[in-house]
Design a binder for this molecule. Structure first.
Ligand code: ADP
Length: 574
């Protein structure tokens, strides 16, 4: 049962174990709640037959039954709720672990609000279903089978009177399951779209305002909300109709039992006690089943959410071993890569080596694949074909944490956390002292930014450094790289958001940072890379030419054109 539940509801091993406990305790809970009925029958029987059982013995029996009911209810509560809360914590931790090991490609194909919904809201829904519905439903089914057999054995005619309407109502609900699941899935997708729309309109608020898109954005959101409401109403109707009808059908079992029971009683086929017992049982079971129907709606609602978690679990994560690098030469051997396997290669049969103690510059027209090559080097994405090695190790076989420790990347789009400047720089080395952080900040030319801020290093810089300019964010990110002091430095257009004055301030620090390292830089300022050890000129994802400035100037027409255009741009006046 454990394996089946684990697969069906995408639980962790411990969660499935907890659910099995909850199923059995729910079974005991339903079974035990038949005890008062048995007690009443026993009481009537002893009264009719004038048994010797005195009132004190009967009271004692009541107390024993109450104690058993209390204990079972207590155990059921603990197994169901405590195990559930543990499971939802486990599930969230597991999902976070999976997300940590996924390549960046996964995130570029999935919306971030979508993923956070999976962690927070989907797990919360599963948590609620686990604590309120699943264990109870399965426990009830087991109880139903047991009581069904007992009733058939006791008196099969009365047993059938109780069971046939109940089975009919279950069958009806089962037949409507497909429609219920599909409308719930539709509603779920709509809710996802709405939350994505909200997120993107918040992120794009600046563009929405400046391009006068406020009215249109509001209308789109409103339309989505109205549509979601309609789907929700339809889902409620689609669910309510079979659930109410099934509820009514369950009531038939009481009616049938009374009518057939009286007929059998008149014909002396059952005694009064049996008849009363079956009528009480029919009432109790049909009531219980109606309660279970409420839970079933919740279980049907889980389908889409469970699929999301399953999909996340089945996504290939990045694995690898810890290795000790003896050098940090980065080699590309016939590497091919496409962001989407169906599309054209963005990096196409690229081969070159970026040597340790050298600076390699990647240049080429916009969109030719330069940043992608940096992302492949740092294993943010995994290459499709060929091979990338660092110090002779295939990077696909190196553990990502081990690899990331050796690489400092400064990208064009700097990501900062909504915390202080000090903590943002310390991300480069979480064990660094305040003094070390300040030294790195000085080297990266951050001092003057920090002096201007009200609380200096302790100033909170807003979400993604919203309180800083592009150039200031860039310098914080360079300070991080300085602090990390990794043997491989990847710089992607870092001069793009620096003004001339800032650039010269950062230059000195940068020169110190890149000493004796493997450095790969992307720069559109061709003048700044003329003295580097190696230039790789890319065009349409392929290597057009490689060598020093003089060598490729001789060889490549594209390079000569680029130099010419670059000179013209520098002379351009508005
Ligand atoms: P460059 O750095 O040379 O300007 P990029 O490496 O950023 O070029 O991009 C190369 C190509 O890959 C471009 O056509 C770009 O549109 C595409 N691309 C970049 N990032 C992604 C992504 N995350 N998903 C899909 N395509 C992408």
């Amino acid at each position: 049962m454990k394996k089946l539940l684990q697969e069906k509801f995408q639980l962790t091993e411990a969660g499935a174990r907890g659910l099995v406990k909850s199923v059995w305790s729910s079974f005991a809970y339903y079974a035990i709640y038949m005890l008062p009925m048995l007690l009443i029958i026993f009481f009537i029987q002893s009264t009719i037959e004038k048994n010797k059982l005195g009132i004190s013995s009967f009271l004692l029996l009541i107390v024993v039954v109450l104690v058993i009911m209390y204990l079972v209810t207590n155990i059921n509560y603990k197994t169901t709720y405590n195990e559930t809360y543990k499971e939802s914590a486990n599930l969230r931790i597991e999902i976070a672990d999976i997300l940590k090991s996924l390549p960046l490609s996964y995130f570029s194909k999935h919306d971030i609000s979508d993923l956070s919904q999976t962690i927070m809201s989907d797990v919360a829904t599963i948590e609620h279903a686990l604590s309120h519905a699943i264990g109870h439903c399965i426990g009830y089914v087991l109880f139903f089978i047991l009581i069904g057999i007992m009733m058939l054995v006791g008196n099969y005619k009365l047993g059938l009177c109780v069971l046939i309407p109940l089975l009919l109502s279950v069958g009806l609900l089962y037949l409507s399951k497909k429609r219920q699941v599909s409308i719930r899935a539709k509603h779920y997708i709509k809710l996802r779209n709405i939350s994505e729309r909200f997120q993107s309109s918040i992120e794009m608020s600046q563009e929405i305002k400046s391009y006068g898109l406020k009215k249109k954005t509001m209308e789109d959101i409103e339309n989505d909300l109205v549509e979601s409401e309609k789907i929700q109403t339809r889902a409620e109707v689609i669910q309510a109709f079979p659930v109410s009808l099934s509820g009514w059908i369950t009531k038939l079992s009481i009616g049938f039992t009374i009518i057939v029971g009286i007929y059998l009683f008149i014909n002396n086929e059952v005694n009064l006690l049996y008849l009363i017992g079956y009528i009480i049982a029919a009432t109790k079971i049909s009531e219980g089943l109606e309660g279970i129907y409420m839970y079933l709606g919740e279980i049907f609602y889980l389908d889409s959410r469970i699929k999301r978690i399953k999909e996340l679990r089945n996504t290939k994560t990045q694995t690898g071993q810890n290795v000790e690098f003896s050098n940090y030469d980065i080699s590309f051997d016939n590497v091919r890569f496409a962001y989407n396997q169906k599309n054209k290669n963005v990096v196409d049969c690229v081969s070159f080596t970026a040597k340790q103690n050298q600076i390699t510059a990647l240049i080429g027209p916009s969109g030719c694949g330069k940043s992608t090559i940096l992302k492949l080097m740092s294993r943010l994405y995994d290459y499709n074909y060929g091979k990338i090695t660092i110090g002779g190790y295939d990077i696909k076989e190196v553990d990502t944490e081990c690899l990331f420790k050796k690489i400092s990347v400064v990208f064009q789009d700097v990501v900062l956390f909504n915390t202080s400047i000090m903590e943002n720089i310390r991300i480069g080395d979480i064990n660094a002292s305040d003094e070390e952080v300040k030294r790195a900040a000085k080297l990266a030319g951050c001092e003057e930014i920090i002096e201007k801020l009200p609380e200096g290093y302790n100033t909170l810089i807003g979400e993604n450094g919203a309180k800083l300019s592009g150039g200031e964010r860039q310098r914080i990110s360079i300070a991080r790289a300085m602090l990390k002091d990794a043997p491989i430095i990847l710089l992607d257009e870092i001069a793009a958001s620096l003004d001339v004055e800032n650039e010269s301030k950062v230059q000195e620090g940068l020169n110190r940072l890149i000493r004796n390292k493997t450095v790969v830089i992307i720069s559109h300022r061709l003048k700044s890379i003329q003295n580097v050890d190696q230039i790789i000129l890319l065009n349409n994802g392929k290597v057009e030419a490689a060598g020093t400035h003089d060598e490729i100037y001789q060889r490549s027409k594209l390079y000569r054109n680029m130099i010419e255009k670059s000179n013209l741009t520098e002379e351009y006046k508005y």
